[in-house]
Design a protein around this ligand. Structure first.
Ligand code: NAP
Length: 247
């Protein structure tokens, strides 16, 4: 059987790197996107040493010219893309945000735009550019790295564990990303492509911080599982470790 080809944005460190480790399988070629090529090459060395069939593509999700470059990379080498993990993201501050820069009334417009650019607009543009290649896959899988902090239902509930974790720019960008998941999954409902949102957990990464409750070694599981869903798996869902989250 042909190898599955996977692309993970922001794969040089954190959850993207861990997801690449978790996709280790002779049947999967993992290409990590890294905006710094040297860091990406170091990550690939570690992945290969761990037994992952890995390569790196220099890729900055906020550079629109990189979308077509990614398309050309996968088209020229493989003629298709099987798995896209939209992992690259920013929090624009401490996570979860505590300072006034994170409140809805005081968020600087520049921060709001920057976070939406990386976490939402760029993800939509990249996915739409790569979609013709994913349509050529026998079992395309798109995983959008959301967060439980994108859940409107939980944010509105005073009894929910995230009620006080209000970081407006970040949270709203993940809510918007969830909308993309639902809309794209609807559009692709008669294809073999599955589109889902992932909440990895609160994970000890540079973004998650030291106080996070989950170790990095556990943090890639949700993304890896959604990237390798069986043909009868769900699409248009929002999951943490196999369990659905409220939108
Ligand atoms: N950690 C958590 O607890 C947690 C919880 C829920 C959701 N998430 C989501 O999971 C994803 C990964 O988070 P993480 O904790 O692994 O974060 P991280 O440790 O800060 O790593 C972020 C990754 O994204 C890359 N990135 C940032 N901006 C980029 C850009 N413009 N172009 C390309 N790559 C870019 C970074 O690359 P550089 O090294 O070049 O900066 C890095 O590889 C994010 O979408 C985040 O929102 C994380």
């Amino acid at each position: 059987m042909a190898q599955k080809i996977a692309f993970i944005t922001g794969g040089n460190r954190g959850l993207g790197f861990q997801t690449a480790l978790d996709l280790k399988d002779p049947g999967v070629k993992v290409v990590i996107g890294s905006r710094d090529l040297a860091q990406g090459e170091k990550a690939v060395e570690k992945l290969r040493a761990a037994g992952v069939d890995a390569d790196v593509l220099q890729f900055d999700i906020t550079k629109t010219s990189d979308y077509q470059a990614a398309y050309d990379y996968f088209d020229s080498r493989y003629g298709r893309l099987d798995i896209l993990v939209n992992n690259a993201g920013i929090a624009a501050g401490t996570f979860p945000g505590t300072g006034p820069e994170h409140s809805a009334s005081e968020v600087p417009s520049g921060v709001l735009h920057k976070v939406f650019e990386t976490n939402f607009f760029a993800v939509v543009a990249l996915t739409d550019t790569l979609l013709p290649l994913i349509k050529k896959s026998a079992a395309g899988r798109i995983v959008n790295l959301s967060s439980i902090l994108g859940s409107l239902k939980l944010h509105a509930d005073p009894n929910s564990p995230i009620y006080h974790a209000k970081s407006f720019a970040y949270d709203a960008s993940k809510t918007a990303l969830n909308a993309f998941t639902i809309h794209l999954a609807y559009e692709l409902r008669d294809t073999k492509i599955k589109v889902n949102s992932a909440h990895p957990g609160w994970v000890k990464t540079d973004m998650g911080g030291e106080q996070a409750t989950m170790e990095l070694s556990e943090g890639g599981k949700t993304s890896a599982a959604l990237a390798t869903l069986a043909d009868d798996g769900p699409s248009g869902g929002y999951f943490h470790q196999g369990k659905p989250l409220p939108w």
